[in-house]
Design a protein around this ligand. Structure first.
Ligand code: BG6
Length: 518
């Protein structure tokens, strides 16, 4: 949405003021500052925080990238980014002027000492010019292949440490965190040489979504939910993350990644751990993340021998999204015409613990689905005994509780009710909560929440090293087996605009279940 200058609305203020302000001054260093993420998410997110007066008093951004720019041209590029962003709030010239004055840029290579020496100098200047103290936040928004080099250089130039013992330094790392288990372990090792675990913020933007955080509120701030949240009452759980988008301009990245690495290793496994975890002792980074990690440890390892029983892969062919014809994956830019990369995956997982033994968790995600739909559906068991005189007009179905992550954020529960009339007939009805109707505000975007948390020093919503490694370990048998058998894929095997290959439906059908498509 292009944005013109107009007044900030009260809603907009409310939307953001639910977040607490970051107190400590900080210099925010963005590696890869000329890239897509900086334009689409980071600068619009920081600008929104500025609009809501949530940035600390002493604040500066130092962009660092190879694309030649100076402070002025960086500011001009970021102004465009904010004005063209869907996520930035209404444009306010006065706020922009202040914010823009805090933006700086260094043109440098990630491998050259000169760049880091210059960065050191600029950081010293920021302490005087913008009162940033010695606090530093490094954001790695580059291609992942540069992560190790940047961290090693920060260490080599002493930028990972601070001299003032009241100051801090932290590092935020974008996904993908590694390409497989071995590379994730190696990356953790390098980063741990430079930073302590509590200084490391591995970002998964799903964890910043309001509706994802609400999973914990819904489960643990209500006494009626927890008693039924287990194998005695739950039949199975479905987690869906479907998108209408294809790979857009990210063919190069996606060819290497595929759906499992792109969506499962991080977002879907995170959603699953929030749904399945036990209550933490307190809302704190250690407690919450310990309980999530327990889930990952309890997921039954996937046996590559019978992978076809529990895993499905797909790739879209040509099809229609909202009546518009769209190209097959193999015809997208930067994609091989014989690509075997999966754009859809579905998995059946089980959690081997007291709470969830024998309850299947079905996870699926795909590009070019008929609609954007991210949701968690919990299907409860059927009633044990039916004493109604059932007729063809009766609908007696299991209860389904749906947590809609996006769009139409909210929660609904389906249940049977007596249809009006002199006879006893049962109909399925729905109770529905939507964020927009109830709170009348749009929740803060995920990046705002996470940027603010990283400045405030709260890593609860970020991934810990052990969770990242466990999640790679869980998926390793699938990734490796699929890689080894890639030539046998009969791709494309679903049309754009459908819910994936027929085998995904069969995965549930053989257990007597069906996918819920919203
Ligand atoms: C990203 C993936 O992490 O998440 C993308 O790399 C995907 O491929 C995106 O489109 C989905 O995020 P959201 O917030 O739109 O569901």
């Amino acid at each position: 949405m292009p944005i013109d200058t107009f007044e900030i609305t009260e809603d907009e203020i409310n939307r953001l003021t639910v977040l607490p302000r970051a107190e400590d001054p900080v210099a925010f260093v963005i590696f890869g500052a000329s890239g897509d993420l900086t334009h689409r998410k980071l600068i619009p997110g920081l600008y929104n925080l500025a609009c809501a007066n949530l940035l600390p008093k002493g604040f500066a951004v130092i962009g660092y990238a190879v694309t030649p720019m100076d402070d002025e041209s960086f500011r001009a590029a970021m102004l465009d980014a904010v004005k063209n962003s869907n996520e930035a709030g209404p444009f306010r010239q006065d706020i922009w002027d202040d914010f823009a004055a805090s933006l700086h840029y260094i043109t440098a290579d990630f491998s050259q000492s000169d760049g880091y020496n210059l960065l050191k100098k600029r950081l010293d200047e920021m302490m005087v010019d913008h009162h940033c103290a010695e606090n530093r936040l490094f954001y790695l928004a580059t291609l992942p292949s540069f992560y190790t080099e940047i961290v090693k250089n920060l260490m080599k130039h002493g930028l990972n440490t601070v001299t003032d013992n009241t100051a801090w330094s932290r590092i935020i790392i974008e996904k993908p965190f590694g390409h497989n288990l071995e590379s994730a372990i190696a990356l953790n090792k390098v980063i741990h040489q430079a930073f302590e675990e509590e200084q490391i913020y591995r970002i998964d933007h799903y964890l910043g979504k309001e509706t994802v955080q609400n999973i914990l509120a819904f489960r643990f701030a209500n006494s009626i939910i927890e008693p039924i949240w287990n194998r005695r009452y739950v039949d199975h759980i479905q987690i869906t993350a479907g998108e209408t988008l294809g790979v857009e301009h990210r063919g190069n990245y996606y060819e290497e990644a595929g759906c499992l690495r792109d969506m499962f290793q991080n977002h879907l496994i995170q959603l699953m751990s929030l749904v399945a975890m036990d209550p933490p002792v307190r809302y704190g980074s250690q407690s919450v993340r310990d309980r999530k990690t327990d889930v990952l440890k309890a997921i039954m390892p996937i046996n590559p021998e019978n992978l076809a029983e529990v895993a499905v892969r797909g790739q879209y062919g040509m099809g229609y999204i909202e009546s518009q014809q769209v190209a097959a994956y193999r015809e997208e830019p930067d994609v091989s015409p014989t690509s075997h990369t999966e754009t859809f995956a579905a998995l059946k997982l089980t959690v081997d613990n007291w709470r969830w033994a024998d309850v299947p968790f079905y996870l699926r995600s795909g590009k070019r689905m008929p609609k954007k739909l991210t949701q968690i559906a919990i299907q409860f068991k059927r009633v044990p005994h039916l004493f109604f005189h059932m007729g063809p007009k009766d609908q007696i179905e299991p209860n389904i509780l749906t947590i809609r992550i996006q769009p139409n954020e909210g929660i609904s529960i389906r249940f049977g009710a007596k249809a009006p009339g002199p006879e006893m007939h049962i109909r399925q009805v729905e109770m529905n909560f939507t964020y927009a109707e109830t709170f009348g505000v749009t929740p803060a975007t995920a990046y705002e929440t996470l940027l603010l948390d990283s400045m405030s020093g709260d890593p609860t919503l970020f991934n810990r090293a052990d969770a990242v490694e466990l999640s790679w370990a869980l998926l390793a048998p699938v990734i490796e087996t699929w890689q080894a058998t890639r030539q046998f894929t009969a791709f494309p095997n679903y049309s754009a605009g459908t819910w994936g290959p027929a085998t995904a439906d069969k995965l549930l059908a053989k257990d007597g279940r069906v996918w819920f498509n919203g």
